[in-house]
Design a protein. Structure first.
Lengths: 467, 467
């Protein structure tokens, strides 16, 4: 039986999308890459996912999983024409353990929906990517997503206790457990961040985090971005780990302010958004530490929001940053590199220099506390030669980050976009170790091929001789 | 050239131990299993470790790594006659990053020595196994070790950012990084807890934890162990996560008190040791929560130690527990199962029943907050039939823990001792997934063979057909 017919027999006609319009809609994520979808299927259970994988494997068709499609690196784009498994209907919160502070959730549950659902229990899911109103827990797990509050709380891997997934052979396997130290190999952490290359996530046991009894959010304007960055270094050096430390530069502040009117100071060279959580005493102490470090760097404006309404306004600007860019240009390219915090000022100035040299419109917002930079280039892809220019600048920006002792990607994943840059941070034997593990899960190479690892990663045989 | 000659040519004669006495000394860890050591080698660098692995592979000899040998599950015992690589000379703290709060350390660094060395910076290494005066960081990483303070801080995997290791082919590979989210597969977490089956750890980037500004330690006596366990459940349900929650039963309190004279109440049915850390306000609040929960369960004695000397005395009892048992009998067998905290009382009573039925001397001390039980059977292995009786009881105790929704091992590792019990918690496809990953690192099966996974774990071929 042909592939489509077999899938329709399994799922019914409305859950198998293969008309040209559907195929076009599903051929992209939120980034710039376009792939080719043979069909997009929308299963509702892990058993259906397993059956789909077995059918696809019999037909020798590559398999690509997708959540909400908010990714930027092409992780959910079928670069090799393939079957797209869309997991948005696996969107149930199966079980919440209020005492143990955990929940079993489907991969299609939207990040913010989970936090809203457990809010009455005084709990939330800590990873908070900027796309949290739309992105799914499955996508968060697949990319090991971060967010402003990962400075203190850690990225998604710190909040995932177990993962149920469908293997390349169509088996349903669970890795990890509720126990503090699962016996055997910790395959849970390998699944987190594997971007669909090891299997399809069908259920996740997440850790829920207690809401802090008190919280304060500060907005501090500085004449220059150097002042904001130096304040971040000073705060970290003081021993305080705030819940969040975000910097936005002047062009970004201006775009955001025009968009949401949050009262950000558009005349400041940069704005630092800082948040401290804890008991009321520790929050008050944290606010004073941040204030005194900031005062050494000539702030133009220091505001402290202590009620929820004020806090929401300050955060609204940060969370709307990427939406605000649409006013500046129709397309944007968002970087995601990491640098040691001590190199923040030096790398930022090199990144501005690269943007100027390529004559690009650049706006910056970043998780400064983590050293996770997000330079954003706003452009119009219809301008001839523009995309090539953006990509050439992107490569240079990644290189200056790595040269400063940093890394290729903070939280967006490698996808297809960055896989050829993996050589910049990994040696041949490092990549070979990763490729072997991937092969252990997917011998035939049918799970999200052409993603994460560069071609030729599996380049040594067992005796160390290059194949 | 014969194996020993080649090793001597590489390391010199004093670093290659193969006399019968040496071979006997190195044939055991702290548990009851005995192996067969062909030779024990003591390298000083990662390059030497890599060269040793290449030599051993050429001679087709199994390779077993060893730290201080404090393990209980036979992880460092060569069950198949093999070459033991002793890593105690890789004991340098290479680099401490005071601002970033990390350190690159050799696997041979002793756990407590690291915390002592960074004490002047106000930092410590959080995992604190009871053997911390002797055990090494390498062993902590290999077993994903826990300890009393892992209740709030998490086990070793939460404190390891990167691992340098020597592969089965003798390459030196680093997994993980200082960046919050390393690109590619998270092989760091797989190395943690892999017990030498994937490679030999030669350097570890650990996270250092800030010492809390304030701390209080409480000792609370109860008429029964049920009262102590119910207090633990009540504390956790209140939302407070103390730094530690340890329970000792009456026989253990008596053994400890005879040994170290810490002033423990030997007439109490059980003793709860609780510790809270934080600001002085949050510590005071935590002490009050614990006191009020305890008071609902008729405590016979409530003490709060607030200065370092008093605290040290209270902890001395707990930390000396296993040493104290030597007065009771020449040998002991220490269990390490995990149960849901809600099942603590029920499982404990079943464990006492099993001990009584087999007529065994049992003492209990455990990480109650985590549900990590450590029933300890004190016995004389010279008594005929005794070891068999101890092992039969052990199996029953593991089974009642798993039946209650618990797990096989909390923090001691699987080693050789528990590998045949892995079937109790993992399905065939689960074990197959682990075995495949192991094969990806060690195709020939020469790295610590006969450990962790039961024989026959790799039982499916790629199409899902049982081999």
């Amino acid at each position: 039986m042909p592939l489509i017919e077999e899938l329709v027999a399994l799922l019914g006609p409305t859950s198998v999308r293969h008309h040209p319009l559907d195929r076009a809609v599903f051929s992209k994520d939120a980034g710039i890459l376009k792939g080719e979808v043979i069909a997009a299927v929308l299963p509702e259970t892990a058993q259906e996912v397993a059956a789909i994988v077995r059918i696809a494997r019999r037909h020798d068709v590559p398999i690509v999983p997708r959540g909400a499609g908010t990714g930027l690196a092409g992780g959910a784009v079928p670069v090799d024409p393939g079957l797209l498994i869309v997991l948005t209907r696996l969107n149930r919160v199966h079980e919440v353990d209020e005492i143990g502070r955990t929940a079993w959730v489907g991969p299609g549950v939207i990040n913010l929906d989970l936090s809203r659902q457990v809010e009455p229990l005084g709990l939330h899911f800590a990873p908070d990517p900027s796309s949290q109103q739309a992105c799914t827990i499955g996508g968060n797990v697949a990319t090991n997503a971060g967010g402003p509050h990962c400075l203190a709380d850690g990225t998604t891997v710190a909040h995932v206790l177990a993962v149920e997934f469908v293997t390349a052979e169509g088996d349903i396997v669970t890795v990890g457990s509720e126990a503090p130290d699962q016996p055997g190999l910790d395959l849970r952490a390998v699944l987190v961040g594997s971007e669909g290359t090891l299997g399809i996530i069908t259920k996740v046991l997440v850790r829920l985090t207690e809401n802090a009894p008190d919280v304060a959010t500060m907005l501090i304007g500085f004449p220059t971005i150097e002042g904001a960055a130096a304040t971040v270094s000073g705060i970290i050096a003081s021993g305080l780990i705030p819940a969040a430390l975000e910097i936005m530069d002047q062009p970004m502040v201006e775009a955001v302010e025009n968009f949401v009117h949050a009262g950000y100071p558009t005349d400041a060279g940069a704005v630092l958004l800082a948040e401290v959580t804890g008991t009321s005493e520790s929050v008050a102490a944290g606010v004073e530490i941040i204030r005194s470090v900031a005062e050494r760097h000539a702030p133009t404006d220091v505001r402290v929001a202590t009620d929820d309404a004020e806090r929401a306004i300050l955060w609204k600007g940060r969370k709307s940053a990427f939406g605000a860019v649409a006013q500046v240009a129709p397309d944007y390219y968002l970087h995601d590199t990491v640098v040691p915090r001590t190199a923040l000022v030096e790398v930022m100035s090199k990144i501005y220099e690269i943007g100027d040299r390529y004559d690009l419109t650049m706006l910056n917002v970043f998780h400064a506390g983590d050293g996770n930079l997000h330079p954003l280039v706003a452009f119009d892809s219809k301008e001839p030669g523009m995309l090539e220019k953006v990509q050439a600048a992107a490569r240079e920006m990644v290189e200056v980050s790595i040269d400063a002792g940093g890394s290729l990607s903070g939280e967006h994943g490698i996808g297809h976009e960055k896989r050829d840059l993996m050589h910049l941070v990994f040696s041949d034997v490092d990549l070979d170790a990763q490729a072997r593990v991937r092969e252990a899960f997917d011998e035939a190479g049918m799970m999200n091929p052409s993603k994460v690892l560069p071609e030729g990663s599996r380049c040594f045989d067992a005796s160390g001789v290059r194949l």
